[in-house]
Structures are given as structure tokens and as C-alpha cells.
Ligand binder design. Sequence first.
Ligand code: CUA
Length: 175
Amino acid sequence: MSISFPEQGWFKAPSAGERLWIGLAIAWCIVLTLAMPYWHFKGKQNSTGEAYRVTPAEFYQRAQKFIEAYKVGEDRYTAIVQPPPGTDVYLTARMWRWDPVLKLKKDQTYRLHVGSMDLNHGFSLQPVNMNFQVVPGYDHVLTLTPTRAGEYSIVCNEFCGVGHHTMAGKIIVEE
Ligand code: CUA
């Protein structure tokens, strides 16, 4: 056996400098551990946890109805949709696009329904970096209140095939 007992008296109490660093590391662990539940209740970027079972075909129909009702234009073959403030809005994910482009009003709350037509995609809103899974078979509801006007990109952050890196969408927020 290659393992032998250490010599008697091998343990030396940590020096003052070592104790300080151990203390700092433990204190930081406690801060980060508390930050998780704190941010869950106080943060404004959490999922509502609301999701309903829906077939991709059903979700697609709802999204199409929504697009037809509020379409205001087109951006490179993708419909631009401006729904009334405070309503239900739909966003479909599929290989490899987000549909439609949403035009929202600042400081209005929307119920954003996100659904996948095929496989698992990742909804990543940039540059605010809010990230949610989009699992097929579910209508994921996110409560969204844009607080700043501007153009936001939606990128897919779940690998979904050869076109994954091209899967980008847009949300426009107006004053
Ligand atoms: Cu969709 Cu990656």
C-alpha cells in the first residue's frame, strides 16, 4: 500500500493570514447563499412559474390569431406586431426563428406566452440578459413590464441544430 500515516504532529494551526482568508471565504459563501432566496423574492427578473400544457399546433394557432389581429408591418419576412397595452402576447420559437417581432409600450405589463414548435429552445433577452427555457408542449407565461425604450434582441441559448446561431428575434419598446 502506498498510503502511510502522516508523521505525528503534522497538523499546524493556520496562521493569522490563512485564518483571515478562510473567514472571508466563509462570509462570502453566506452572503451568496442568502442572495439566492433574497433575489427570488425581491428581484424583478424571475419567471412567474406559470406554464400550461399545450400542443405545438394549438399554440401555433393562438399565435397566428394574435399576429393577424395586431400586425402592423414586416421586418425581413417576419411580422411586426403591436398588441394593445396590457394584453396577452405570443412568441413562437422554432428551428431557427422567433416569431413575430413584438412592438411593446414602455411601463405596460404584458403576459408574454412563449411556446416551441419543435424542440427545446432558450429565450435569452439581450442586453438585459433574462433567460428562460422554452420547452415544447408548454405555454410558458412570462409577465413582462419593459422599463426602458429601445430595441432588444432575443437570442436562442439552447443548442437546437445547425442554425442555432442564426436564431435571433426582436422586441421593440416604445415610449
Ligand atoms: Cu433555438 Cu438554439
